[in-house]
Design a protein around this ligand. Structure first.
Ligand SMILES: Nc1ncnc2c1ncn2[C@@H]1O[C@H](COP(=O)(O)OP(=O)(O)OP(=O)(O)O)[C@@H](O)[C@H]1O
Length: 679
């Protein structure tokens, strides 16, 4: 049995030294906006063009930027969190009317400074969207969409009918803002543009920091796959509430900016449900991971109708086209397409880029196809130096290994789905530091047992213990916090994101700090993020996905996706790793390579692994302990030789009178492929 090999270390405040292999690979979110030459050119153009453009154009672009702020909020909720919001116009207008009331001098206002009005407007947006998150807590998808539509209609009926607040059709005047004692007149289009541009720059910096913090990564992972997120410790309600709150905050901010921009409150007719839909289309076309794309589309939405008025191109027509184009562009939107084109221009086609990057492995999984269709696998592994460096990094990243004798236990677990009794008093014990296999025929209840152990399914009876603690009633993310994570039978990765982003989505449990600490840029928090990036790179090297580091996972071959999912689980620094058929969907050679890799990692990192696998021979060859589950009950358990020789196992699982376990693995795989026999 493998012994614990890793030393303990607190990550916050730790002196984390990067191994040579990771140098230059750290993401620097604080500087990343300025890192790309294109961004620098963009910033120069964003400031310089106004000195050559007529006033009305500057004003039009300014209004576009204000809507852009709101659309960036929608990007977080809709693009990252994947929940549709049709109440954006209602939130924006409520903040606009109430915020301008706070800041307008009497008799139709309280005459507070602008900064108070901004705080109030942002707070209104947050409260409204948090209320939506709270009341729609059990809903998702189309139900959240309909719920937010209901909120929008309520706002129209309740807020918009308060004519004293809104000023009716006439509107109410709003004074020009004073920034550090300087009046930014709404008649001075350039000064106002620069004011809004500064706010946009702050919003971009905030979102950039959020995006690279564990909080932002949790929203992205939750949006893509809630079960995968909770498996690495993401708290779903808190994460969802954050996405809604950010959307509300930026909606509220845009509302008060608009109030100052127009000089008087616009009529309520501008902020109906249709407006919400139009603004949604900006976020969709802009793309979920391109802030510049979202801003560009928002500006285009103001600018194009203005320029093409004679051709009857209006906002609604654009929104219709935008929704269609956004769907055709896919979830990465126009911004994502532009990023792809830029990368192609700068670095060449993706396939060529990958080919040019050497793997850290001394030899890739070299598969020699033989004439009879069987495959043979050569020994694989990273070079000794890369492996040593990677393990050193992970030694600092992983928590202290637990030493209790039993890592995981399920006692007399029963689960029934209606009439189907998936588990009938099944019990297993997984010793700490062991590589334990769970095998059984299709429908035996293996995945159900995994779901019970990881907390996704509540058992009808029985107890689950992690290191002796009864966790039967604990939530999946709490169990992840105790050091247990899992992978799934079907690969659950965020295809639109890079390998690095997917790996780092698993790091949240090992990084501490509140959102304000990350946004303000506290050194301890960013040190932890850098440590996470070093650990992610180390894991990528060990799993041979380092060469794909910044490639989108959706473009990679299946085995690399599987390893990325495994890497994400490892980045949460687990004590116990549950692997549900990690080789499912892989060809025999890749399956063998993956199991060999997992076995080696388990020993190197001192992990406790519970593996569900259909390739019986592979399990018998690599596991320390094997459990056989049939019809919801444990049929046998013990060391592999003992289990393989068990007459019950041979008769009821391996086949009566047929010693399948004795057949060499490759022959067995070949037989399965030709349909002669099966597990
Ligand atoms: N959500 C569910 N609702 C109803 N029945 C279910 C559900 N999940 C599993 N079952 C049933 O419970 C039994 C055990 O299923 P489970 O997926 O746990 O088996 P398994 O051993 O993992 O199978 P496989 O190897 O094919 O993945 C099966 O009969 C299955 O049809």
């Amino acid at each position: 049995m493998a012994q614990p090999v890793l030393a303990p270390q607190r990550l916050d405040g730790a002196d984390v030294t990067a191994p040579g292999a990771t140098a230059g690979r750290r993401a620097r979110p604080l500087l990343s906006l300025l890192r790309q030459p294109l961004n620098l050119v963009g910033a120069a153009v964003a400031i310089g063009w106004i000195f050559f453009a007529p006033d009305y154009r500057v004003f039009t672009v300014t209004t576009g930027l204000v809507i852009g702020v709101l659309a960036l909020g929608l990007m977080v909720m809709v693009g990252w969190g994947r929940e549709i919001n049709l109440a954006a116009a209602g939130v924006y207008a409520t903040s606009l009317y109430l915020g301008s009331w706070v800041y307008r001098p009497g008799p139709n206002g309280w005459g507070h400074p602008l900064v108070i009005a901004i705080v109030v407007s942002v707070a209104i947006g947050i409260v409204m969207m948090l209320a939506v998150a709270l009341f729609s807590v059990r809903l998702s998808g189309v139900y959240v969409m309909v719920f937010t539509l209901g909120v929008q209609i309520l706002v129209e009926r309740i807020v918009f009918t308060q004519y004293r607040l809104t000023g009716g059709d006439q509107g109410l005047t709003t004074p020009s803002p004073h920034i550090f004692g300087y009046e930014v007149s709404s008649h001075d289009d350039r000064a106002f543009y620069l004011f809004i541009l500064s706010v946009v720059a702050l919003v971009l910096a905030f979102l950039q920091r959020l995006r690279h913090s564990p909080h932002g990564r949790a929203i992205l992972l939750m949006g893509a796959d809630q079960q995968a997120a909770v498996a690495v410790g993401v708290r779903p309600l808190r994460t969802r509430a954050l996405a809604f709150a950010v959307c509300g905050a930026l909606g509220g901010l845009a509302g008060i900016l608009a109030a100052t921009l127009y000089g008087s409150t616009p009529g309520t007719v501008n902020y109906t449900a249709t407006t919400s839909l139009l603004w949604l289309s900006i976020a969709i076309l802009g793309g979920f991971d391109s802030m510049v794309g979202v801003l560009a589309v928002a500006v285009a939405f103001q600018y194009i109708p203005f320029q093409l008025e004679k051709l009857h191109v209006n906002y609604q027509l654009l929104a219709g086209i935008s929704l269609l184009a956004g769907v055709l562009c896919g979830s990465r939107g126009l911004g994502g397409r532009m990023q792809d084109a830029y990368r192609r221009l700068r670095f060449g086609p993706a396939a060529q880029r990958r080919a040019e990057r050497p793997s850290s492995f001394t030899a890739a999984a070299e598969v020699l196809a033989r004439a009879d269709g069987l495959t043979e696998l050569r020994e694989i592994g990273p070079s000794d130096e890369v492996r040593r460096q990677s393990l050193e990094t992970l030694e600092r990243w992983f928590p202290r290994r637990r030493t209790e004798p039993i890592a995981l236990a399920a006692e007399d677990v029963s689960v029934a789905f209606g009439g189907v009794r998936a588990l009938r008093g099944a019990s297993i014990e997984v010793p700490t530091g062991s590589f334990t296999g769970l095998i059984g025929p299709n429908g035996a209840g293996k995945t159900t047992l995994f779901d019970v152990v990881s907390g996704l399914t509540r058992p009808d009876a029985g107890v689950v213990r992690i290191f002796g603690d009864d966790v039967t009633h604990r939530q999946p993310w709490e169990r992840a916090g105790l050091g247990m994570t899992r992978t799934f039978q079907t690969t659950r990765i965020v295809k639109e994101l890079s390998v690095a982003d997917n790996l780092l989505a698993g790091a949240g449990l090992r990084i501490s700090g509140s959102l304000p600490q990350f946004v303000v840029g506290m050194p301890a928090q960013w040190r932890q993020i850098r440590a996470a990036e070093e650990a992610a790179w180390a894991i990528a090297c060990l799993l041979d996905i380092d060469r794909y580091w910044d490639e989108r996972v959706g473009e990679l071959e299946f085995s690399a996706r599987r390893r990325t999912e495994l890497g994400r689980a490892l980045l949460s620094g687990p004590q116990i790793l549950l692997l549900d058929e990690p080789t499912s969907g892989l060809d025999p050679a890749s399956s063998g390579a993956l199991i060999g890799l997992v076995r080696r990692l388990q020993a190197d990192l001192g992990l406790t692994v519970l593996l569900v696998e259909h390739y019986v021979k592979a399990v018998l060859e690599s596991c320390d302990l094997v459990y056989v589950l049939t019809e919801g009950q444990i049929l046998a358990h013990g060391d592999p030789d003992h289990v393989a020789a068990d007459p019950d196992v041979q008769e009821r699982y391996l086949g009566a009178g047929h010693d399948a376990a004795a057949i060499p693995w490759r022959e067995r795989v070949a037989a399965e492929r030709t349909g002669v026999t099966g597990d």
